[in-house]
Design a protein around this ligand. Structure first.
Ligand code: SF4
Length: 206
């Protein structure tokens, strides 16, 4: 993927939110969710301006019990927030992740394995958004200070071109979003995992 001039994705999101506030429109949004903590601030930030559907698609997560627990924590969060938000989830199938990770097992975080992992999940989200006729799609992943938000947004923009659904550019860590997600995790007693998700990140955790 070609490098491009660094954009202020947080500002792009704020401008979109202001535009929607002025117009009074409330478009639909498929929000790819990696876990409950990352979804907490993101849901609170977006829910007044979008009709959200959450999409839990994370074939990178291992083992299966961890996948199931992160998914159940996401559903508990939505229920405890009192939001009437559908959660679409996929059955556990890590095969596509292990295919893309072949030969990249020892890559550091933010390396090529992570880029492919993010693209896999965003591509599935774009496809699902197109199937459901959603107005936008995006992901909670930009809230993490460990992830390359610029890459995530550029990837989303490319996939938008493939699936025909506009990508909602974002940087959810802006406005202390990451800090807020930690506070919300405490408030709702959310499980905060100590590794990103895949077996390789689990092995490398400190
Ligand atoms: S470290 Fe995280 S982003 Fe990178 S490949 Fe593993 S699960 Fe995916």
């Amino acid at each position: 993927m070609q490098q491009e001039i660094r954009q202020n994705y947080g500002r792009m999101l704020d401008e979109k939110l202001m535009e929607l506030e002025k117009s009074g429109e409330k478009p639909s949004l498929l929000l790819h969710a990696c876990c409950a903590p990352c979804s907490s601030h993101t849901l609170l930030y977006l829910h007044e301006r979008f009709r959200i559907t959450l999409y839990f698609y994370n074939p990178n997560i291992a083992p299966e019990s961890e996948y199931d627990f992160r998914k159940s924590e996401l559903k508990r969060l939505v229920s405890e927030l009192g939001f009437n938000i559908p959660v679409i989830d996929e059955d556990y199938d890590p095969k596509p992740f292990y295919e893309l990770a072949q030969g990249l097992e020892n890559e550091p975080e933010r390396g090529e394995r992570c880029r492919r992992c993010i693209a896999l999940r965003l591509r599935a989200a774009g496809k699902k958004a197109a199937e459901l006729g959603q107005d936008y799609f995006t992901t909670t992943l930009t809230i993490s200070p460990h992830k390359d938000s610029s890459y995530i947004n550029r990837c989303g923009g490319i996939i938008s071109g493939e699936c025909g659904v506009p990508y909602l550019f974002s940087d959810f860590k802006k406005h202390d979003g990451y800090k807020h997600s930690i506070e919300l995790s405490r408030q709702y007693c959310l499980y905060r995992q100590d590794y990103c998700g895949c077996v390789f990140s689990r092995r490398n955790k400190q």
